[in-house]
Design a protein around this ligand. Structure first.
Ligand code: ADP
Ligand code: 6PG
Length: 177
């Protein structure tokens, strides 16, 4: 049964986490949690100025996300969370903080990501930080609960693929089922 899985939508900036996450949450009837909302004002200002997060600011951010997931999943409340998931140990932190978690990894060519960031407006994250995000993204190879999906297709098709995968995702192995 996949109905109660909490889904973390991961990927670098511009991969579509917020767009896909919101639509998926609506389809599933789950709350959508925007990971960016858990950044401090200082962290957002730093990124807006064109500087990547420091490890300390990133860790404080992940700690807040972990606390939220521990709370909601302990109450049996699933959600869809957008979170870049760049650092493997921090993915593990979230996996262990919550229950019944699976990761949906939005992946695509750098040119597509750059184009989408260039066209996006009203977001603090500048397109110039894409390369640092790509450089920081640590491989998820061997993480059996991380499922990649291609972003190089219309959102509608992407959602259909994710919903299909969700019909069996709960039966796939996970480090922390
Ligand atoms: N599959 C897609 N096809 C076309 N445009 C997309 C797709 N996914 C997202 N976008 C657009 O790309 C931009 C970045 O998406 P967003 O959801 O903000 O990414 P993220 O939250 O990962 O930074 C937005 O302008 C969004 O409308
Ligand atoms: O570096 C990180 O670890 C963070 O993930 C962070 O940089 C995040 O990606 C931004 O908040 C951009 O927001 P979007 O991913 O929504 O563009």
């Amino acid at each position: 049964m996949s109905a109660r899985l909490t889904l973390i939508i991961m990927g670098v900036a511009g991969s579509g986490k917020s767009t896909v996450g919101q639509l998926l949450a609506t389809k599933l009837g789950y709350p959508f949690v925007e990971g960016d909302d858990f950044h401090s004002i200082e962290a957002k200002a730093l990124m807006a100025s064109g500087t990547p997060l420091t490890s300390t600011l990133r860790q404080q951010w992940v700690d807040r996300l972990a606390a939220m997931l521990a709370d909601t999943t302990a109450q049996g409340q699933p959600c869809v969370l957008s979170y870049s998931g760049l650092i493997a140990s921090q993915r593990q932190q979230l996996r262990q903080a919550g229950q019944h978690i699976r990761f949906i990894y939005l992946q695509g060519p750098a040119e597509v990501l750059a184009m989408r960031l260039a066209e996006r407006s009203g977001h603090y994250m500048p397109a110039s930080l894409l390369q640092s995000q790509l450089d920081s993204m640590q491989s998820s190879s061997g993480e059996t609960d991380v499922q990649p999906f291609s972003i190089d297709q219309p959102v509608k098709l992407l959602i259909q693929q994710i919903l299909l995968w969700l019909t069996f995702a709960a039966d796939l192995p996970s480090d922390n089922p």
